[in-house]
Every structure is written in C-alpha cells, then in structure tokens.
Design a protein around this ligand. Structure first.
Ligand SMILES: Cc1ncc(COP(=O)(O)O)c(C=O)c1O
Length: 421
C-alpha cells in the first residue's frame, strides 16, 4: 500500500477538511529546492515549506552541525540546566537582533513564541500591580493557533469557533501611506478607553494575510504612540525573520524598535522545530524579585533543545555568509524584474515584493479554501512547482539557494496559470 493510502487510516492532518480532501501527497525526499514524492515526481519548493528551509532542504552544513551535536548532548531540560549551544546561539542572535533585544527566552514553535510574548506583556504589568489586559493588533494579522495567538490574530476560519474564549483585542488597520491619521486617532481612542498592555504586529509583511506589505513610516508612527503610553510592542517576526525581507529582520526597516520579538521558522533552517521570544532588559528586570511567583512560569519540555540550537547557530553562520547574502540580492532582483513583467497583466490586481518575498493578488475572486484555489494548486503541482495560493494571493518565498533556472520556471508557471483564472 502507498504511504498516501496508509496515511488515511490513522492520521488527522492540520488545515484540512478530510471529507472533501481525503488525500495528502507523500513526500519521500527533499534536497535543496526539490521535493520528491513517493511516485518519483519532483516539485520545486517555491514557498520553502512555509518559509522554513531558507538555506535549502537537507542542507549538508546544517545537518553536519546538528549530527555532531546529537552525538554530544541530545536533550536536557532547560529549567535547571544550561548548555553551550543555547549560550552560543543567544550570543549570535544578540549580535544580529535589532537594538534593545537583550534577553533570549526559548520556546518550541511560532505560536508559543507569540504566547510567551503576550504572557510576558501581561505579567510585566501584573508584577507591578497594574491592571492592563487588552491588546492592540492589526486587522487580518496571523500569529498562530494557541489561545493567546489566536486572540490577537484577525478573525478567520482558524479562530472563529473559539471567539467567545479569546482575550480582549482591539484592532487597527495596517498603514497604507494614506490612512495614518485615521489609525492614530483610533489607537488614541482605544488607549483612552482601555488598559492596553501590548501591541502585536507582523512588521512590514503580513504573511498569512497574503504577504501584504504595509507602510513602514505608518508603522513607526504607531510604535511611537505605543511607546509614549508604555504599551509594550511585540514584533512577530516568525515569518519575516532571518533575511526574508532583505535585512536580518523586518524591524531593521523601522526606526522604533520593539520591546519583544517572536522568532521561529527559518530560525532552525527548517531542520527541527524551535522558537524564541526575545525581549529588552527592562522587561526582564520586571520579573526579578525575591518572590518566586514574580518569575516567568512558562516552559516547554523541548525549550532550547541542543540539536535545535546547533541547527540555528549553523543557520545564522550561513545567513552571515557572502554566498547567502549574494543569493538574497539575486533573488530580490529577479523578483523585481518579474514584478515589472507581471504587474500590468489584466488578471493581476496588484503585485508586490520585498527581499525574497513576491506576491500578486488576482483580479478574480478566490476563496481561501475554494475550487479556484484547488485548481491553481493542481495546475502548479502538475507542472512541478509547489506554490500554495492564499486567499486572492499567489506568493513566492523560495529558499535563498534557488537557481535562476528554477526561479524562471516558477515565474513561468505563475504567468501560465493566469490563463485558467
Ligand atoms: C507571523 C506568524 N506568527 C506565528 C505563526 C505560528 O507559527 P507556528 O505555526 O510555528 O505555530 C506563523 C505561522 O505561519 C506566522 O506566520
């Protein structure tokens, strides 16, 4: 029996309506940008498996470092112990994180990185006997699937059934270069009416919303108002971190730096799960006390797993290399050229790009999980390209190591797909 057939017996997949979509494609191998299925078909991974494997799948350098670490120290709980890979990773991260990130807290996925960020902000005020319990977040943001992360995400099929159980969040639109005053007025109204603990945002690019890029000056103005009112700012860089936007972090484009940052995905180069919530010294200090209960009682069993830390250190080494930096510039340039070619196509409503992220919105209505989306997905897969449309949007976010030929193929299938839309 094929893997695909055996899968159906016991497995419940995420983001799937099993009654309508009974099958999942079985991938047996991945190398650099190529995925191979159980029938031997090959696909270019044009979204880097949800933007994780940015240095290519099964990267030899990362595997070697992880393998050596596995032989030395595989796992150790992190509440009473520490280890070289966690310390080294923290040192390397602090060198590249935006100014003001002074402490590294380990988690194990993007949602829990966000969850910890939200809890840090709430307890920051709790420890000071101040009641602040409301958050500000952007419309249509996505921050993950745990309760805090769902609460701050825009309402969708992901969190709709849980709406009654979510924490209090007030929403503001993303800045588009024309609506700054309207947003700032709304924000100030919220500030006067509610006790706001934090503002969480995906800086510059909202990933799951469809790689929507917003205005950095507008975001900076929002952050300044938050800072002026002691609202803790939480940059969710789970998607944007580690070079995707052409800089280490999207926050590098914005003058006002966050108090807390959430990192995952490319952090470990797609090899193993891990996440980090970093924060400023000011936040860390608020948890220092003679009272045990003022500490941060949030922990995951695999926090700071040594193998994951080793993969992350290797990933940062690659990110710092001339080779990867040149690749990022090359892919950014190719996206720029493709954007010029495609932006006036009658089926394209809008298109955009930043760093290695490219996205276009179709002129035609497309449901997030509807027929046209399925038709496009099949069109791409039949032509050997794994692209996963999001709402109205077709987006590209390949590993940095993609070849020019592979990029051209991705561009071509996207252009061809517009004929069936
Ligand atoms: C910006 C952002 N935050 C948080 C998450 C949640 O990460 P995870 O799926 O690892 O829980 C995602 C996932 O796509 C994301 O894009």
């Amino acid at each position: 029996m094929s893997i695909k057939e055996r899968d159906k017996r016991y497995i419940w997949h995420p983001l799937k309506q099993h009654q309508l979509q009974p099958e999942s494609l079985a991938i047996v191998k991945a190398k650099n940008c190529i995925l191979t299925d159980e029938d031997g078909n090959e696909y270019i991974d044009a979204i880097a498996s949800w933007y994780t494997c940015m240095y290519g799948h099964c990267n030899d350098y990362i595997i070697e470092k992880a393998y050596r670490q596995m032989q030395q120290l595989d796992q150790i709980m992190f509440s009473d112990f520490t280890h070289e890979p966690a310390v080294k990773l923290s040192e390397e991260l602090i060198k590249i994180l935006p100014q003001g990130q002074d402490k590294i807290f380990f988690n194990d996925n993007g949602s829990t990185a966000v969850e910890a960020g939200i809890k840090m902000a709430l307890q920051y005020y709790f420890n000071n006997n101040e009641k602040r319990s409301t958050f500000i977040a952007f419309d249509n943001g996505f921050h993950g699937d745990t309760f805090g992360a769902m609460s701050v995400s825009g309402l969708s099929v992901y969190n709709g059934p849980f709406e009654d159980f979510l924490i209090d969040v007030k929403r503001i639109p993303t800045p588009d270069g024309t609506n700054e005053n309207q947003i700032l007025n709304l924000l100030k109204n919220y500030i006067s009416e509610y006790n706001i603990a934090g503002f969480i945002y995906e800086p510059l690019v909202q990933g799951a919303a469809g790689m929507k890029i917003h205005d950095s000056n507008g975001l900076n103005a929002i952050l300044k108002v938050c800072k002026a009112h002691q609202i803790l700012t939480i940059a969710d860089e789970v998607m944007t971190g580690f070079g995707k936007t052409g800089r280490y972090f999207a926050s590098d484009y914005i003058e006002t730096k966050p108090d807390i940052m959430c990192l995952s995905k490319a952090l470990t180069a797609g090899l193993v799960p891990m996440a980090i919530t970093s924060c400023s010294q000011k936040i860390y200090n608020r948890f220092l006390s003679n009272e045990m209960a003022k500490g941060f009682f949030h922990c995951h069993t695999y926090s700071a797993n040594p193998v994951a830390c080793a993969a992350a250190i290797a990933g940062i080494e690659l990110l710092n290399s001339k080779d990867i930096q040149d690749n990022i510039s090359r892919v950014s340039e190719a996206h720029r050229n493709f954007n010029s070619r495609i932006k006036n196509h009658p089926k394209v409503k809008t298109s955009r790009h930043i760093g290695v992220i490219f996205a276009l919105d179709l002129n035609t209505k497309m449901e997030r999980y509807g027929d046209l989306r399925d038709k496009l997905l099949k069109f791409f897969m039949d032509r050997g390209v794994f692209l996963r449309p999001l709402g109205q949007t077709i987006y590209i976010q390949t590993p940095y190591t993609i070849s020019d030929k592979q990029l051209d193929k991705i561009y071509q299938v996207i252009e061809d797909s517009l004929e069936i839309v």
